[in-house]
Ligand binder design. Sequence first.
Ligand code: DGY
Length: 323
Amino acid sequence: MTMNDKPTVLVTRRLPQAVEQRLQRDYNARLNTHDEVYSSDQLLELAVGAAAIIPCHTERLNADVIARLPDSVKAICSFSVGYDHIDLAAAKKRGILVTNTPDVLSNATAEIAILLMLGAARRAHEGARTLRTNAWADWSAIGQLGIEVTGKRLGIIGMGRVGLVMAQRARGFDMEIHYYNRHRLSPELEAGAVFHPDLHDLLPHSQFLSIHCPATPQTHHLLNAERIALLPDDAVVINTARGAVVDDDALIAALTSGKLFAAGLDVFNGEPNIDPRYRELDNTFLLPHIGSATRETRDAMGFRALDNLDAIMAGREPGDRLA
Ligand code: DGY
């Protein structure tokens, strides 16, 4: 196959080196060497003649953009497990196959959820700031007291791939696991976790609440004022899923009033322009959407997206078809 016979693939962001090398080996890859975030118009222009697009969650492939994609585009192989940035129905209507990258980022994301849980509960942000601003005056028996994680009850919203790993890791802290999910899991997968068929039943048990459900129209602002009120006082909220699942006004009000002890957040509405009030609060432990950001996982995500792409280009069914 000569260079010119290779299908053209638009890659919207810089990807790990090994992934870009494989792309260049097998495709006529339009790489984004400066890693700028393309506007929709730029993306549409760059997609002319491309057989496929590999976007990240930073590109919004809504119904309008998908309707305007050139006819050459046959596949969207997202470098992400989340697919709230892609209008699947619009893609289906145009006969464009869509895939994501499940499984490979479950460990990395659960690790960040554990980090957020510990960081929020133990006031890591305040401690780190004390050192970095050279403000550490003395050790204190009563200063910077956090909440112990060990032995507490953890509520998990969404017991899918990441939620399951989160539960497993949390058992290492002797946490009692409760979960809300669309379906009850098998006893093997449940491993003693308590199923709550109704979210309102889960919340009063959740001294720690970790969100692992996808962002969909049904989960939009799932965590709102009414539901936060059902959490025990001094609960800690952890979100590694998507910002859209949380009503920022409600969460910020509960963090400000002291209803909640703290929140550990890796994802936000309007990223990267997060609600500035989160930054003002001492009881937030904030990270910039790095749940899947390990060398191992980002390589694996890229290879998984390429496995899907290879299958589609060879006329085979891709492993992770969404539409
Ligand atoms: C995902 O894969 O959905 C992560 O949030 C990164 O985009």
